[in-house]
Design a protein around this ligand. Structure first.
Ligand code: ATP
Ligand code: MG
Length: 424
């Protein structure tokens, strides 16, 4: 196949066998999110470039080098494929006065785009599920978000995801820390990499977020933001920890945790695992009380997190636990012109009874059709031949247990097959 007709590097097809796992996980995620009162929000995949520059911050990896930005050739607008969805969610909340009636808990699920070096667990189109608690000052809602993530790991039987927690304090506190940090970075400029030297003044905190192992010694010696936190920030941080301790959720305070986006304050957290190599962060989030105002709105406190679906699926695959039972289906075998016509009616009738039916199409011998029925994973085959149709009956052949084929009247068919269908 010519190379120009392949999928774009770092952007993956999810074929049906794999998509079964995606759908099962998405179902679990939706049920879990609803059980905490989160409602779905859907924003466009494309937004003005300015939105992300303002929300995420100019001196960040995402804005500096990971955005898919382009100019609309028809009207010259500067557009970007969304690299994350918090900015879009806040934009939509402001545009539609979503918080007019009070705070809102919302979630989103879908593709994000970042121009990164593709590797296992890191793609250019990847998928996130995320939740945003808009209009809540916390710290109770911050803690609720951590409790809910913890419940998800338990639901999915993932035991080795650890919580790392930090507080970024307020703007004022960060300003004081920033001054001290710049002095320190200047003194150690020789040990900084190119990104580090470039961001030393534009965004010194971001230097601490570097993934370059060579930078570790400099980062380890840098002044800690936690030392600059005053009472209110410390209290907010301590309240979250109290709730975690009461709920029996272990955590580690990681004073170096700053996260890759500019908009965070106070609480920041990551859920990490050692089982995914360098791509060990499964979920990250925190509080972003300044973002509404930064995007031109009235200030609103808010907190959120985003979770990488590919990384979660990779972890689940390591556990080798099936995510869900195979789809419960009836395979409808039909032979002869008369039976083929009847098959449509019978299939619709079974679906009216809430059953899922895979209707054989394309003709073929009885033997071929039964082979397909078996390979489809269906629990039971319903067979319509000339004889059956003439008698107003159908044959039923259970496929997953040893039992002889038998015939039933069409009126009793739904009831007769239901016994063999998984989950019914
Ligand atoms: P990383 O440090 O791994 O680059 P990040 O801090 O850039 O992650 P966030 O912006 O916080 O990531 O996104 C939240 C989650 O989305 C991450 O924890 C991860 O699970 C997932 N994620 C981020 N970027 C990618 C990507 N390129 N491919 C796959 N998953 C990703
Ligand atoms: Mg990243």
């Amino acid at each position: 196949m010519s190379t120009e007709l392949r999928a774009v590097r770092g952007m993956n097809d999810i074929l049906p066998d794999e998509a079964v796992r995606w759908e099962a996980l998405e179902d679990t995620l939706r049920t879990w999110l609803r059980s905490y009162g989160y409602r779905n929000i859907r924003t466009p995949l494309v937004e003005s470039t300015a939105l992300f520059c303002r929300a995420i911050g100019e001196a960040t990896d995402i804005v500096e080098k990971e955005m898919y930005s382009f100019e609309d050739s028809l009207n010259g607008e500067h557009l970007t494929l969304r690299p994350e969805a918090t900015a879009s969610t806040v934009r939509a909340a402001l545009e539609h006065s979503l918080l007019y009636g009070g705070p809102q808990r919302v979630y989103y699920m879908g593709p994000m785009f970042r121009h990164e070096r593709p590797q296992k667990g890191r793609y250019r189109q990847f998928h996130q599920v995320g939740a945003e608690a808009l209009g809540f000052p916390g710290p109770d809602v911050d803690a609720e978000m951590l409790l809910m993530c913890h419940r998800l790991w338990k639901l999915l039987e993932l035991e080795d995801i650890r919580l790392e927690l930090n507080s970024l304090g307020t703007l004022d506190e960060r300003r004081e820390h920033r001054a001290a940090l710049i002095v320190y970075l200047e003194a150690n400029a020789a040990d900084l990499d190119e990104d580090g030297r470039r961001r030393m003044y534009s965004n010194p905190l971001r230097v601490l977020d570097s993934k370059n192992p060579a930078m570790k010694p400099v980062i380890d010696g840098a002044p800690l933001l936690t030392a600059y936190l005053r009472d209110a920030s410390l209290q907010h941080f301590e309240s979250i920890q109290q709730i975690l301790r009461a709920a029996g959720i272990p955590y580690r305070i990681n004073p170096r945790l700053v996260r890759g986006l500019d908009y965070y304050n106070l609480t920041v957290f990551e859920w990490v695992t050692d089982r995914l190599g360098a791509q060990g962060t499964v979920c990250g989030g925190g509080r972003y009380d300044g973002l509404f105002e930064q995007l031109g709105g009235k200030p609103q406190p808010a907190c959120g997190w985003a979770l990488g679906i590919e990384r979660l699926l990779a972890l689940l695959e390591l556990n080798q636990k099936p995510l869900a039972m195979p789809p419960a289906t009836i395979y409808l075998v039909n032979q002869g012109a008369e039976a083929q016509r009847a098959a449509f009616r019978v299939a619709e009738m079974l679906r009216n009874h809430g059953l899922s039916v895979l209707q054989h199409s394309g003709g073929g011998s009885f033997k071929t059709q039964m082979k397909r029925a078996d390979a489809s994973g269906a629990s039971v085959a319903v067979i319509l031949g000339e004889d059956e149709v003439a008698a107003g009956e159908a044959s039923v052949k259970p496929l997953r247990i040893v039992q002889d084929q038998f015939r039933v009247r069409e009126q009793s068919l739904a009831e007769a097959v239901r016994k063999f269908v998984v989950g019914n």
